[in-house]
Design a protein around this ligand. Structure first.
Ligand code: F0G
Length: 472
């Protein structure tokens, strides 16, 4: 790190007060730095797709915050309390009570992870020909909506599509846009609104309480349900506490409860907010929807009191849910993401602003302005970052957006991003410094970098398994 940057970023002036993590480290996991020739071979063998790298070849793994967090000593101890009964495990009842307490929904169906719950809610509510409006697509969410015969329609505010726009709640639903969709297709064609708390693909951007309240009122007028993707809802609550009038003195837990009270149910990837390596759930208020989902879960996941999980996983998830709602935890979690964001901002590297909850998103469109979108600039940027330092990130641009099922053409999202996703409670501030310095090195070499061509493309969720070659 250069010395001009240190005083500004780290506030080293006299009298500074830093935040620190509300935990100390009890166990460590060694990681290994590879050589440049090793990385060149590894990325070639992986078809320039960071999803296809072996984690042994990765130094700092910022691919995702999903299932990669460190569990607490309490959670590890909880694993020993696993009741591995096929039916009626004690850990299920503990989890059910915890989700009811923190999220406020009436019924719980556990699933192995988020997409298991997305599958259930999509199959339970969507009929062929239906339309599901939402605040920007998420890959697996939309895939399940489409497989159930629905069409996703984006109704997020326009600011979300502009990486530089400083709007404090870029995850908000544009209610005029939504009402126009309702009038165009008819309320009977809309089984529910697909609302996400912090919008992953927009850069981890929050939804305001005022927006969800107004959304509820609008949907009540038309008799439409609102279902929430609660995957990073605790992070969303932090931004409400920080930015929305009237919430500064309320704890994260109370804000989550109020937000959820405006929705009819939620699906959850507990691998994010809830600090576990595996797990998810669907929670709903409606008795009939619950009945359908509880019946479907035994076909696809497992009995309705374990949903594809071991008893011990449900115990760790219940404890992780409680830990995720603690204000000092959330302050340090988002504080670390911001620390990385501030370093990059100080160095004038284009990233999505404002910095969101779970990741820094590099703006590949601006970094590689000379690479057209059909040559996958973000895919190449992720590969270059790996080549430079062994840091693994993820493309969130044209590859992730996939093809339009009607036309078969690439969908060209306005956001062409690389996500540096920060696992919870795993890396230190020094890892963030190393990451920022590597991004800077790749940024400085941007003009010499060319694009990619796709040489293998799977049918579903192509970004996970597609292969690429550099354009000569
Ligand atoms: N919803 C959101 C907002 C997500 O970010 C994810 C997963 C899911 C649903 C699906 O959950 O993975 O447990 O099946 N996101 C991961 C990511 C994969 O890297 O952002 P899952």
């Amino acid at each position: 790190m250069t010395h001009e940057v240190v005083p500004q970023t780290m506030g080293q002036q006299f009298g500074r007060r830093s935040w620190a993590e509300p935990w100390k480290i009890k166990m460590v996991e060694p990681i290994r730095m590879t050589s440049r020739p090793e990385r060149e071979r590894a990325i070639r063998e992986a078809g320039y797709n960071t999803f296809l790298l072996r984690s042994d070849d990765v130094y700092i793994d910022l691919l995702t915050d999903s299932g990669t967090s460190a569990m607490s000593d309490r959670q590890w101890a909880g694993l020993m309390l696993g009741d591995e009964a096929y039916a009626g495990s004690r850990n299920f009842y503990r989890l059910e009570e915890t989700i009811q307490r923190y999220y406020g929904y009436k019924h719980l169906v556990p699933t192995h992870q988020g997409r298991g719950a997305e599958h259930l809610i999509s199959q339970a509510l969507i009929k062929p020909g239906d339309v599901i409006p939402g605040n920007m697509y998420f890959t697996t969410t939309r895939q399940h909506q489409e497989l159930a015969g629905g069409t996703f329609v984006d109704v997020i505010i326009a600011e979300a599509h502009d990486p530089a726009d400083p709007h404090p709640f870029k995850g908000n639903v544009d209610l005029d846009k939504l009402e126009a969709v309702i009038k165009r297709v008819g309320a009977d064609k809309i089984p529910y609104i697909s609302l996400a708390g912090t919008v992953n693909m927009a850069g981890g951007q929050p939804v305001s309480m005022a927006n969800v309240r107004a959304l509820r009122a609008l949907c009540d007028r038309y008799g439409i349900a609102v279902y929430l993707d609660a995957t990073r809802m605790a992070e969303n609550a932090f931004f409400i506490q920080e930015r929305e009038e009237g919430y500064a003195d309320l704890p994260i837990a109370a804000i989550v409860r109020e937000f959820c009270s405006y929705t009819d149910g939620a699906w959850m990837s507990a691998k994010k907010d809830s600090l576990v390596n595996i797990g998810g759930w669907l929670a709903v208020n409606d008795d009939e929807v619950f009945d359908t989902a509880r019946n479907l879960v035994v076909v696809y996941e497992g009995l309705h009191t374990y949903g594809g999980l071991a008893g011990r996983d449900m115990e760790a998830m219940a404890i992780g849910t409680e830990e995720s709602m603690q204000d000092d935890h959330m302050r340090s979690r988002i504080g670390q993401v911001r620390y990385l964001g501030e370093l990059l901002t100080d160095w004038d590297i284009p990233i999505v602003q404002p910095v969101g909850g779970h990741a820094i998103f590099l703006d590949a469109k601006r970094i590689y302005a000379h690479i057209p979108q059909n040559q996958f600039p973000a895919q190449m940027l992720a590969a270059q970052l790996y080549l430079d330092s062994g840091i693994r990130s993820m493309e969130r641009g044209v590859v992730s957006a996939g093809r339009d099922p009607a036309t078969g053409d690439h969908r060209y999202p306005s956001l062409e991003l690389v996500r540096l996703t920060i696992p919870r409670r795993v890396y230190t501030q020094a890892h963030m410094d190393v990451t920022a310095e590597s991004v800077k090195a790749v940024y400085d070499a941007r003009e010499q970098t060319r694009g990619l061509t796709m040489v293998y493309e799977p049918k579903y969720l192509r970004f996970f398994q597609a292969r690429f070659e550099p354009i000569a």
